[in-house]
Ligand binder design. Structure first.
Ligand code: SF4
Length: 450
């Protein structure tokens, strides 16, 4: 059966598996009290990463699934920054000691929507309560269209070492459809500013499956992207979920590329990037051969977390801001998603945890298997179960689900080793889903897997 014939069978709505269990399983049994208890149990010296969510943008792009909104009022931005500082203080008090930080990630939204003095106030609070030094890698998401004139100085003051710039597609037709106008020149200029500010690694985000997008528009975009010479490129499939992200309803008037068209776009874009010398990483990332992520490919150093593929192996991830998710050894805890609810919670109750999930030993086992599959495209299920001291028979529900994928040539099995074939790469999430104990594909609210 050729790849396109398989689409009808495997074009399912599935998670991207940036965590397991996924956020779809979070509920209110995890609350601020739970989170405070988990924070208090973090041992001294535990390696830690910090995520800072800034849910503001200068304008909204209709395709975007991020938790963000347009806010220009300086008072509102100041209130949000004050809340983040207060949250940092509350979290630090619950931990009770200063943790060493490996990575800090400023995400959003558009982090630089906060004026530089507010970002610096948040940064200063982090440095007061955590151990942040020259070994801490600090990354930021940037919108090339709205970089302030002082960006180089501002980013240098924050110690930014890695920057991720949104592109999506340079086609004017696509940009008009998604409400995001951005030239190649301003993208190149933003990369230059970030590099001048000290960013040693530049990532560009591309998206396929957008309205008005074609293989030709994507080819032209990639040709321009290659001229900017990013160290990494992320190639995401557009996640059309208007039932979860209301702003995407604006795109209802367009015929979105169907599964076959999406697959053509993904396959052609990936081929161009590989031809240009980039190494393919997992589901949707590409890196230059000398980039640390490319060098980590096929080793346990390549990891997957809420930011996608990463080299961050910290035991603890603490998220600050509206909708931010923390990953602690005991489970996941997510802050209130709506900014106003986050602000009210922080101002009245010090923590803003709204939901989450406590992980079981079985969750941890399946999480490791899914992570290795998503990173390495192969996994030795028995070895992982042995290393975890778990009975491999608890995974027996996965094998019958994998059988049709093997018959269709999407995976190879050698005993308990499962390997994705070249034809199976676009279907990686379908393979990972076989190890997901919670997933009900019929009831799924996720985006299309291809
Ligand atoms: S794509 Fe970036 S700039 Fe556009 S709405 Fe989303 S976070 Fe904001």
């Amino acid at each position: 059966m050729d790849t396109f014939s398989l689409l009808a069978r495997y074009d399912l709505r599935l998670p991207r598996y940036t965590s397991y269990p996924t956020a779809a399983q979070f509920d209110t049994r995890v609350n601020a009290k739970t989170y405070r208890r988990w924070l208090g149990a973090i041992p001294e010296g535990a390696s830690t990463s910090l995520y800072l969510h800034v849910p503001f943008c200068a304008s909204l792009c209709w395709f975007c699934g991020c938790n963000t909104s347009v806010v220009h009022s300086v008072g509102a931005l100041e209130r949000y920054a004050r809340a983040m500082v207060a949250e940092i203080e509350s979290v630090a008090a619950a931990i009770g000691h200063r943790l060493p930080v490996r990575h800090i990630h400023w995400g959003g939204g558009t982090p630089t929507a906060l004026p530089a003095p507010l970002m610096q106030a948040i940064d200063a609070a982090l440095r007061r309560y955590f151990i942040i030094d020259g070994a801490t890698e600090i990354a930021i998401e940037l919108d090339p269209r709205t970089l302030p004139g002082t960006a180089e100085v501002d980013l240098r003051a924050l110690g930014i070492g890695r920057a991720s710039l949104g592109v999506q597609d340079f086609s004017p037709l696509v940009q008009e459809a998604i409400g995001r106008h951005q030239s190649v020149a301003e993208t190149r200029d933003a990369a230059t500013v970030a590099r001048a500010a000290g960013a040693r690694s530049i990532n560009l985000d591309l998206v396929y499956g957008l309205p008005q997008q074609t293989v030709a528009s994507l080819e032209a975009t990639i040709a321009s992207v290659l001229e900017i010479e990013p160290d990494r490129i992320a190639l995401y499939g557009y996640a059309h979920v208007p039932w979860m992200q209301k702003r995407q309803a604006v795109l209802a008037g367009f015929d979105l590329p169907d599964a076959a068209a999406r697959l053509c776009q993904q396959t052609r874009a990936a081929a161009m990037l590989v031809e240009a010398g980039y190494r393919r990483i997992g589901l949707d990332h590409f890196a230059k051969p000398d980039d640390p992520m490319a060098q980590a490919r096929g080793t346990p150093r390549l990891r997957r977390n809420f930011q996608g593929y990463t080299l961050d192996d910290a035991a603890v991830l603490i998220g600050f801001g509206a909708s931010a998710i923390s990953a602690l050894p005991q489970g996941y805890a997510q802050n209130a998603t709506r900014t106003i609810e986050y602000l009210d919670a922080i101002e009245t109750a010090t923590l803003a945890t709204a939901r989450g999930i406590a992980r079981t030993a079985q969750d941890d086992l399946r999480s490791r298997i899914i992570e290795r599959l998503m990173c390495d495209l192969t996994v030795d299920v028995a070895s992982i179960a042995d290393a975890a001291g778990m009975d491999g028979a608890t995974l027996d529900d996965a094998w019958p689900q994998l059988e049709p994928l093997e018959t269709d040539g999407l995976i190879r099995r050698n005993g308990a080793v499962v390997t994705i074939t070249e034809a199976g790469w676009p279907f990686l999430r379908c393979v990972a889903a076989c190890f997901d104990q919670y997933l009900d594909p019929q009831a799924s609210r996720h985006a299309a897997a291809i």
